[in-house]
Design a protein around this ligand. Structure first.
Ligand SMILES: Nc1ncnc2c1ncn2[C@@H]1O[C@H](COP(=O)(O)OP(=O)(O)OP(=O)(O)O)[C@@H](O)[C@H]1O
Length: 559
């Protein structure tokens, strides 16, 4: 829970702020003087400080100086009665984030504190680059495909150079993560880092947000305001969604980038500011330039060094790494023990197009982990949008069956009639071209020939029908003409595959070609019981079956 420090010598104001913030589910610690505030800052992690400008033992500026010695990035919001606003403005120039006038408007307080927490997250949570392994840190950039290697190289080249950088890529590809990495690996890391989303603020407000305004500059401008460019001098400003900035503001921006100077809205004083800009957009700037929507000079200035983030659908097997990364983190966050993703679910995740990119994948995995009751995340727990987009033919993409079963299954499937609604590869005479009935690949001397062939085909067939019913097991069982309970054996089979992969003690082959479904089920139950030290309830949970079914099957199978 974010922790906010509120410092005010007026008990009534202190309480008002405390209550307003506690209602937002923040933890609030309070102090009535500078000395007490410093003690709290040294002892506890504080995310944001809300400080009265005038304290009995110090004014805002001296307090801010002391805070900076303890925590150089702590977002500080000053609270002031009208007469002291010049102190507040000077404090902002020295790096305070914002100031509020008394009497405090609770909605504004909450808005400013929420923004301060966002800045805290952007500046203080380190971004790690993990090209080739899953990281325990959720803020890591994961991925090792060639395009991501290029991204890492670019970050390495440009982070420490004091140049403007443009980060491009579809929504949810990690642009903000890269902006944070650029800041954290830059020479300006001691300086402030502020972020403005140009698409989220109406044009007039955006101008004043970026450049500040003088008192009376427009209706409602009841006091002077310092803009982000002034406030961030010596630091880094992240301008997200820069493609959404209006042409008027684009001109003002190009001047700051070129001349490092600007005027506040409604002001004549020219203000100099040394800010490094990192911009990001998902928009097609070249087209916007040719359509006259984006200034060409700004485009060339920004595009001097650009980093392109590929869409998730072009990152190949990075998807698998990201799935693992998000599964581990969702389990940690939600206190769940989902240990693996089933082959079917993995196939659906690989085939989906991911228009919302990494952000969408992160959300899908989190929701699926939340829904999963056993140790395996099954395709059933994925949203329909993902599963429905999966190709209805799993044959080519299925994960390989164990060892010799693979070839045999292919042969057997080729010999089997095509499932309903799907045509086999046929020649113009309508005669199936694939395979014959000789079933090469099977050992015809095996005492278990029947089980070898049927067992190999059965998984493929059940998979295929489950795909066609969108994971609806009852409907799949009806189409297959079997008892729904039998499908659970198939789930057990998947579990067995996966469990054995993670069980170093189990050296026996996962599914021997001669094993019947009952034997496979028995093996899955045996292993689940072993893993849970014989606890039937926990073993049932792992297998995704009810405890009653587990009791019954243990008895029936004589385990
Ligand atoms: N390569 C990656 N490795 C791990 N997590 C990632 C990666 N890329 C993005 N993420 C995560 O995906 C989410 C979205 O990323 P981010 O906000 O940086 O995207 P964005 O491109 O800035 O999106 P938008 O354009 O919508 O603002 C974040 O939670 C981020 O941590």
């Amino acid at each position: 829970m974010p922790r906010i420090l509120v410092v005010d010598d007026e008990p009534a104001d202190l309480n008002l702020v405390r209550l307003a913030l506690e209602k937002q589910a923040y933890e609030v610690v309070t102090a009535q003087c500078d000395k007490e505030a410093m003690r709290l800052l040294r002892q506890r992690r504080i995310d944001v400080a809300v400080l009265d400008v005038m304290l009995p033992d110090g004014d805002g500026l001296s307090v801010l100086k002391k805070i900076r010695e303890i925590d150089e990035h702590l977002p500080v919001i000053f609270v002031t009665s009208g007469g002291e606003s010049s102190t507040a403005i000077r404090a902002m120039k020295l790096g305070a984030l914002d100031y509020l006038l008394k009497p405090i408007n609770v909605a504004e307080l909450r808005r400013v504190v929420a923004r301060a927490l966002e800045i805290r997250r952007l500046t203080d949570v380190p971004v790690e680059i993990n090209s080739d392994r899953i990281s325990s840190d959720i803020h890591s950039i994961i991925g090792r495909c060639a395009a991501m290697q290029e991204v890492y190289k670019s970050i390495g080249i440009v982070a420490a150079q004091d140049v403007t950088v443009l980060i491009r890529g579809e929504s949810g590809t990690g642009k903000e993560l890269v902006a944070r990495a650029l800041y954290q690996f830059s020479e300006r890391v001691q300086g402030p880092f502020l972020a403005v989303n140009c698409a989220a603020i109406p044009e007039t407000l955006l101008e004043s947000e970026l450049f500040g305004h003088e008192k009376g500059a427009f209706t409602g401008a009841d006091r002077k305001r310092i803009g982000k460019f002034e406030q961030c001098s010596g630091g880094t400003l992240f301008l997200d969604e820069i493609g959404d900035m209006s042409p008027v503001l684009q001109s003002k921006l190009i001047r700051v980038l070129q001349e490092k100077q600007f005027e506040r809205v409604g002001g004549n004083e020219t203000i100099r500011s040394d800010v490094r800009v990192i911009a990001a957009t998902h928009r097609h700037l070249e087209k916007m330039v040719s359509d006259g929507e984006f200034r060409a000079d700004l485009y060339y200035r920004l595009n001097g060094f650009s980093i392109h983030l590929p869409p998730l659908r072009d990152r190949g097997s990075d998807l698998d790494l990201l799935v693992e990364h998000f599964r581990c983190h969702a389990c940690g966050d939600l206190n769940k023990e989902v240990r693996m993703v089933s082959p079917d679910a993995m196939r659906a995740l690989r085939e989906y197009d991911w228009p919302g990119n990494v952000r969408e994948l992160q959300n899908v995995i989190r929701q699926a982990v939340l829904k999963t009751s056993g140790p395996v995340l099954l395709a059933d727990f994925l949203p329909n949008s993902v599963v429905d987009a999966t190709s209805p033919n799993p044959v080519e993409n299925d994960p390989p069956l164990p060892d010799n079963v693979q070839d045999s299954a292919d042969q057997a499937m080729a010999a089997a009639p095509p499932p309903a609604g799907k045509s086999a590869d046929t020649n113009p005479n309508g005669v199936a071209e694939r395979g014959d009935c000789s079933l090469p690949g099977f050992n015809f001397d095996s005492p278990h020939l029947y089980d070898d062939v049927i067992g190999a085909v059965e998984r493929r067939l059940v998979n295929e029908v489950l795909e066609r019913t969108g994971g609806d097991k009852t409907e799949a069982a009806r189409r297959l003409g079997i008892n729904p309970a039998l499908l659970r054996s198939r789930a057990a089979l998947d579990l067995l595959d996966l469990a054995a992969l993670h069980d170093p003690d189990e050296s026996a082959p996962l599914i021997g070609p001669g094993m019947t479904m009952a034997e496979i089920e028995m093996e899955a139950i045996r292993r689940a019981l072993k893993e849970t030290n014989g606890c039937r309830k926990a073993a049932a949970r792992r297998l995704g079956i009810s405890t009653r079914t587990m009791q019954r099957r243990v008895k029936e199978l004589g385990l």
